[in-house]
Design a protein around this ligand. Structure first.
Ligand SMILES: Nc1nc2c(ncn2[C@@H]2O[C@H](COP(=O)(O)OP(=O)(O)OP(=O)(O)O)[C@@H](O)[C@H]2O)c(=O)[nH]1
Ligand SMILES: [Mg+2]
Length: 326
């Protein structure tokens, strides 16, 4: 499918009027990137701003998808329309696993829900642009809440989760799991902790470790400033235990955000991050083009014959880029 720019506004209109097939097409356009994706993102942005964005993150296999399935089951029950974006930061090879998750989730989701997985195919820059665009598209299409599931392993994933209004960090019982999560930078972004697999031995130890880390102020700089302390909720997602409590905690956190003014701050942070990501990618690609151009090649030869230094060369190219932009 190679949609002309003309068809994007049309697809968007149909998406707003509830056409799920069109929403799927727009998400594919976003995933592919480039100018069509930017056009979709622009339209979505104009119409977004209502959905509560929930990030669910944690180590591989901690039960994020199982838990998300339980959450959407409960959300759909009260007549809301949740959208789920499962972000797979790794190679397309593991796409099969996410598809497996999806099928399990689809069983639980109900007709009003929309579930989609997104793979990055090796370039994380694409993820940084595609995820916010997809969130805003779901938002514009009146899905609420929008849930993002990401594996909390790398900085990009932590960023994605941290960009949500409410971030749920899933940890599991086991020696030092809470400590591992702390090292991965996951605890700082947590608004709610879930000790999943609480049917397993050691769950209470994990809870205690988290509690201690909260006491020591190692996590969540928010607490001191706003009086909010991330709750720790025990869950057994195989049985659906804990899901309702988690949803209540999400509601509480949303209320806290609204009252304390943090909601506004998070929106600003998220928007700033999106602009910065776009800016960095834009500058990266312009730089790449400049290096490939005739004058870029000339400068390269000057550096190679040592008549100019790499740093001088970079400055000269930067000046010419700025000149061209004006
Ligand atoms: N015992 C137990 N097993 C669970 C629980 N929740 C999930 N699991 C199991 O843990 C395994 C991983 O669950 P997933 O939901 O796929 O975990 P995930 O975090 O989404 O995994 P990735 O997306 O691959 O990172 C599956 O075999 C689940 O059945 C739980 O509360 N208790
Ligand atoms: Mg999963």
């Amino acid at each position: 499918m190679s949609p002309s720019d003309n068809s994007i506004p049309q697809l968007f209109e149909q998406t707003l009027s509830g056409e799920r097939r069109c929403l799927g097409k727009l998400l594919s356009i976003i995933e592919k990137g480039g100018e069509p994706a930017d056009n979709v993102a622009g339209l979505a942005h104009q119409n977004a701003g209502n959905a509560h964005v929930i990030g669910i993150t944690g180590a591989p296999g901690s039960g994020k998808s199982t838990l998300t399935g339980r959450l959407i089951e409960n959300i759909a029950k009260v007549g809301k329309k949740p959208a789920i974006l499962a972000v797979d930061p790794s190679s397309p090879l593991t796409g099969g696993a996410i598809l497996g998750d999806r099928i399990r989730m689809d069983d639980l989701a109900g007709e009003g829900s929309f579930i989609r997985s997104m793979a990055t195919r090796g370039h994380s820059g694409g993820l940084a642009l595609a995820v916010p665009a997809a969130i805003q598209l779901f938002d514009a299409a009146q899905y609420n809440p929008v849930i993002i599931e990401t594996v909390g392993v790398g900085q990009v994933e932590v960023d994605v989760a941290g960009a949500a209004d409410t971030t749920v960090v899933v940890v599991t019982p086991g020696m030092g799991d809470a400590v591992q999560a702390n090292k991965a930078g996951l605890l700082e972004v947590a608004d709610i902790f879930v000790v999943n697999k609480s049917d397993r031995p050691g769950a209470n130890d994990t809870r205690r470790d988290l509690d201690l880390m909260l006491d020591l102020g190692h996590v969540s700089g928010l607490e001191e400033k706003t009086g909010y302390r991330p709750p720790i909720i025990m869950a057994n997602s195989l049985e659906g235990e804990g899901a309702e409590e988690i949803l209540m905690a999400i509601d509480d956190h949303r209320e806290h955000l609204a009252k304390s003014g943090s909601f506004q701050i998070r929106q600003e942070q998220r928007t700033l991050m999106e602009i910065q990501n776009r800016l960095e990618l834009l500058i990266g690609s312009v730089s790449h083009d400049a290096l490939q151009s005739e004058s870029g090649k000339l400068i390269l030869s000057e550096v190679l014959d040592r008549s100019t230094s790499p740093s001088e060369a970079a400055k000269a190219i930067a000046s010419s880029i700025i000149r061209d932009l004006n």
